[in-house]
Design a protein around this ligand. Structure first.
Ligand code: HEM
Length: 157
């Protein structure tokens, strides 16, 4: 494997780890800890968390896509020749990206408007009913991507 490919796979794995690890931390650690906070404060904490984390997520997505297709072109003989596990990985990857874009431009945009208008209860409602299921779905799909990344090279197909 060339040095360039080693750099690409490292960037790919690091960006994937930070994206999915960040979701895990927010969903499974920060969320239960923030439950005891006063509701208005809690919504404002989440606004700050989302603003910071979602900016990073756009960077992680760019790195994952560029490095992933670069590796496919360099080391796997292009899109046609690509083994099945990488087709599955890129399919699920795009699904995750669409879910994130949907979350960012849909519910999160509405969430920010509600906060700007100081309608914090409504903002909390959007977070719980519209944002949380999408975040949970991406945590599940991201975990699946790691299983594919770790085992795909050994699949018999
Ligand atoms: C969006 C399109 C994507 C493409 C084209 C792509 C492509 C690739 C390629 C070519 C490899 C190297 C496979 C090998 O050396 O056997 C790889 C590995 C991997 N990918 Fe992706 N990937 C994509 C999305 C994702 C996403 C969204 C995640 C997780 C969030 C992810 C996680 C991983 C992991 C954990 C590995 C294994 C890294 C390692 O060997 O240490 N990928 N991917």
């Amino acid at each position: 494997m060339s040095v360039e490919s080693q750099i690409a796979i490292s960037l790919h794995a690091i960006a994937a780890m930070m994206w999915v690890g960040g979701i895990f931390f927010a969903y499974r650690v920060l969320r239960p800890c923030a439950m005891n906070m006063e509701p208005n404060e809690r919504v404002q904490l989440w606004q700050a968390v989302f603003r910071r984390f979602f900016g990073w997520v756009w960077l992680f997505i760019s790195l994952i896509v560029v490095s992933g297709y670069w590796l496919i072109m360099q080391d796997f003989g292009g899109l046609e020749q690509t083994p099945l596990y990488l087709k599955v990985m890129s399919g699920i990857g795009w699904l995750m990206i669409v879910i994130f874009a949907w979350l960012f431009f849909g519910p999160f945009a509405k969430f920010k408007i509600r906060i700007a208008q100081y309608e914090l209860a409504e903002a909390g409602q959007i977070m719980n009913t519209q944002m949380r299921p999408l975040i949970a779905l991406n945590l599940m799909l991201g975990t699946l991507e790691f299983i594919i990344g770790a085992t795909g090279g050994y699949w018999p197909i």
